[in-house]
Write a protein that binds this ligand. Structure first.
Ligand code: SER
Length: 875
């Protein structure tokens, strides 16, 4: 059975049982500060379990792209080492929102597995929750009794809270679960040990394939449980594992989900994947190949869904996954050139039909991955050099864990690679020291990101909140719920939910509204507005004294209008870029704030000044046309697309969408816009830059900000003119200054050369012989480059030279040391060690090679001590 058919049969089975089939949500989550990536099928439905929204259907099924690489569920380090964990995997799931419960869920799961997929009942085991004293929960007798009718009792196993009580986070909906496990070992292996003993014991051929969660509780902030108002079912089946069972293979990597990728890796690297590794070396190759085949999927899909690799947040997680793949290839497959990007083509032909985003974003994904590979391979190269320096400065044979940590932390140089290289060179690593440094950093960052969220205090039950901010900026409101959140980052804040609100919550790139809640006797500042699990949260620093009052909610109009101006300009900019540069331009991110707008988009080269000018003119022409806003608040998604609206990958759209039109520009958008393009007044691009390979960024301003910009430009020009003594032609005056400057520079260089020549003569005369070493230590009035030239000139004067020159530039001292090669070879002297030692006198450090090294410092007053110490050293 092909994996594509397996997926289809699952969806058809539940469709026949009244389930609505929905598309996978994007892999990167939005509107959920507790989650960076979708880590299970249920993540996109959280708001329904929490009772903050109503699903389109009480029965839903889908396949969800999941990533378990951060937070509560993190499998990253297992991936590739074993054959059944993945970074990205597909989770097949069916859901009941307050509809059917344990009986139907279990019966259907069994029917699908044994009658549709025809899995032999004798290889299946099931687990149920054994109960837990702490939580005061009994064993799940109901599930036990249902299973008893389907499977012999010796195949029903009890599981503890860790395995059989599913919680999506520290707080929130949770409940007992019942897992289905398969045993696909050979008959001989089964005869030796019963499968029941290997369930949940990390055996590669006795694995969980399906988890059926029965959501009945809500975990509160104090750890206690309360009953949810309705009971739900949340199931998740590992698609790749199911394929393994149905295709009769022993590992997920031997299924047709992975074999095309593995074949391509074999072609590109000339290495062979073996189903059963014969020795340690083969197993290492296997692991590396699995790591790459797995990781490219996660990275490619994340990029296609709009998450670029970066230095923080979700982008950093993606970067680390890709780097893990690169270094496995570097170390074990001997690949020192980018090649992972070439797998995207294979992935796209394999999965593009069901997940069209990977097909349509292919070129972009390839470019981004190639660029990341190139730059990380460069980092690895530099890291190797740095590691050489670390080794050179190591006394003994154990390299400091702190040093290895610095390499890891600052340069992203992987620790296992450090350890491997050290081993090859006969050194070892102080692993405990490394671990300690790592732990220290972790606890620092954990402390910095600690958040404690109290339970909601609910004043009004129900799901009544409406957003009225498209039409009003002021509204009478009541508080329906609130909670307190303490964090190191923001201190104490409150999140307040209103029955209806004019406040726009951050979303679609636009920042959240600010404003006030005013009652008869108090005013509370709203410092931000955000959306979380379908609730609009008004962020405040304090709670109203009388929370039950009626308040007038007032949005800060000036900030809101400035944002609207920038948001509408963003749409026009998007249209302009597609018109000027071509329709390959797609939005890859945006920020719309009151002060400016930022727009990231796919395009493969720098946008020229000429093109920028055309883009600017295009937008300003639309502004001058005074195009009215045509807002369609709720039209069917397909209709909007058919009418030419732009939709973005990585966004989740409902059946009905809001469309915003200005002339020919039409986008699906929930944001706030001006009533007429004339309100934007003027559009000015202030910068163009690169974000990643194939992604450019434009920053621009509109409205008041443009007026300020022009005023400040004019001011700057007047000041320049005044400084130039108001010449008639300013440009000419600047050009002549530049010419003069260039001439003076040349003269200065010539003078300095002369000076160095004279200095060389003077210094050569000062060289004295101490203990067979020709020695000179002196402060000179040159810059660092001059000192280096001079030192090499002096070095040519003979053998056995030891020269130390001190210089001062911009109040910073610097030592440069030269040691003739005979002294390096015969006496074991090392300029790197010398400057590190002497550098202490000037409060600095440095390094270099054994025959030449430099150290920069902070303390100019220490130069004499450093020079004196050099004399002592030679003596
Ligand atoms: N939420 C459960 C899991 O991820 C079932 O979907 O295992």
């Amino acid at each position: 059975m092909k994996s594509q058919d397996i997926r289809k049969q699952f969806l058809d089975f539940f469709k026949d049982r009244g389930h609505l089939i929905v598309p996978s949500a994007p892999i990167v989550t939005k509107d959920d500060p507790t989650l960076m990536f979708n880590n299970s099928g249920m993540a996109q439905f959280k708001e329904f379990f929490l009772g903050n929204g109503t699903p389109k259907s009480k029965r839903i099924a889908d396949t969800q792209k999941c990533l378990r690489v951060s937070g509560k569920h993190n499998d990253l380090e297992e991936v590739g080492i074993d054959t059944y964990h993945h970074t990205m995997f597909e989770m097949l799931g069916n859901w009941s929102f307050g509809d059917y419960f344990k009986k139907e869920a279990i019966h259907w799961a069994w029917e699908l597995l044994t009658e549709v997929y025809k899995i032999d009942k004798d290889i299946l085991y099931v687990t149920i929750f054994e109960g837990n004293k702490e939580d005061n929960l009994p064993m799940d007798q109901e599930a036990y009794d249902i299973w008893k009718e389907l499977i012999s009792e010796d195949r029903i196993l009890m599981g503890n809270k860790k395995d059989n009580f599913w919680e999506m986070g520290d707080q929130g909906p949770c409940g007992p679960c019942s897992e289905i496990h398969v045993d696909i070992r050979s008959a001989e292996e089964k005869a030796q040990k019963a499968g029941r003993e290997l369930v949940n014991a990390d055996h590669p051929q006795v694995v969980e394939i399906w988890n059926n969660v029965f959501m009945e509780f809500n975990r509160k902030a104090d750890g206690s449980l309360e009953k949810l108002p309705a009971q739900h079912v949340d199931t998740g089946m590992g698609f790749e594992r199911l394929c393994m069972v149905l295709q009769g293979v022993q590992s997920n990597y031997d299924t047709d989900v992975f074999t095309p990728l593995i074949n391509k890796i074999e072609n590109l690297t000339g290495k062979k994947y073996t189903i059963k590794a014969a020795n340690d070396k083969d197993e290492k190759l296997n692991i590396a190949i699995r790591v790459i085949a797995d990781h490219v999927r996660a990275v490619a899909f994340a990029i296609a869904d709009g998450q670029l690799p970066s230095n923080n947040g979700a982008g950093y997680v993606i970067r680390r996954i890709l780097r893990r793949a690169i270094r496995y290839a570097f170390t074990f497959l001997d690949k020192k050139e980018p090649f992972i990007f070439e797998l995207v083509d294979t992935l796209s032909s394999q999965m593009g039909e069901f997940f069209p985003e990977i097909k349509s974003q292919k070129i972009l994904v390839q470019n981004v991955i190639r660029e990341e590979e190139t730059s990380f391979l460069r980092t690895l190269d530099q890291g190797l050099q740095l590691l050489e320096n670390v080794i050179a400065s190591t006394e003994g044979k154990v390299v400091s864990g702190q040093k290895a940590f610095e390499l890891y932390d600052t340069f992203g140089f992987p620790i296992d690679l450090t350890a491997l290289i050290l081993r090859e060179k006969g050194y070892s690593l102080d692993e405990a020291g490394f671990e300690a440094a790592m732990q220290e950093q972790k606890s620092r960052s954990r402390a910095a990101s600690e958040v404690s969220t109290a339970d909601w205090t609910i004043l009004t039950e129900g799901n009544t909140e409406t957003f009225v901010g498209y039409d009003q900026l002021v509204n009478e409101v009541k508080v329906t719920r609130y909670r307190k959140v303490d964090s190191k980052k923001d201190g104490t804040i409150y999140q307040i939910v209103l029955n209806n609100t004019p406040f726009y919550p951050e979303g679609g790139g636009q920042v959240g509204d600010k404003g006030k809640l005013v009652s008869a006797n108090e005013t509370i500042e709203v410092i931000d507005t955000k959306k979380e699990n379908n609730l609009i949260l008004h962020i405040t620093k304090k709670l109203p004294e009388n929370i039950n009052s009626t308040f007038t909610a007032q949005v800060n109009e000036k900030l809101r209008n400035d944002s609207a101006s920038n948001h509408s300009a963003t749409h026009l900019l998007h249209q302009a870029l597609r018109s000027v540069l071509g329709t390959h331009v797609e939005q890859k991110g945006s920020l719309v704030s009151p002060n400016y707008l930022r727009f990231d988009f796919s395009h493969f080269s720098k946008v020229t000044d000429e093109e920028l000018k055309q883009v600017e003119d295009f937008v300003n022409a639309r502004i001058q046309e005074h195009l009215p806003l045509i807002e369609r608040r709720s039209i069917p998604f397909q209709q909007a697309i058919d009418e030419g609206a732009m939709a973005l990958f990585g966004e989740k759209y409902g059946d009905n969408v809001r469309a915003i039109k200005f002339g020919e520009s039409m986008e699906l958008c929930g944001g706030i816009h001006v009533k007429n393009t004339a309100d934007i007044w003027y559009f000015k691009i202030v910068s163009e830059s690169a974000v990643a390979a194939g992604i450019r960024r434009i920053e621009a301003i509109t409205n008041e900000a443009v007026k300020e910009y022009f005023a400040s430009q004019e001011n700057a020009l007047s000041e320049i003119k005044a400084a130039l003594k108001n010449p008639q032609d300013t440009l000419k005056a600047v050009a002549s200054l530049q010419d003069e400057n260039a001439k003076l520079k040349k003269q200065l260089e010539a003078l300095l050369k002369d000076k160095a020549k004279n200095l060389k003569g003077e210094l050569a005369a000062e060289i004295q012989e101490i203990n067979g070493v020709k020695f000179l230590a002196k402060q000179v009035d040159l810059d660092a480059a001059g000192a280096k030239d001079l030192i090499y000139e002096l070095g040519n004067l003979g053998n056995n030279l030891f020269i130390l020159l001190a210089t001062v530039q911009d109040d910073k001292p610097m030592l440069s040391c030269y040691i003739s090669k005979e002294l390096v070879a015969e006496k074991g002297l090392n300029a790197g060690q010398v400057v590190r030692e002497l550098g202490k006198h000037i409060q600095g450090g440095g390094g270099g090679q054994p025959f030449f090294a430099t150290a920069g410092g902070k303390n100019v007053n220490g130069i004499n001590d450093a020079l004196a110490a050099a004399v002592d050293f030679i003596k």
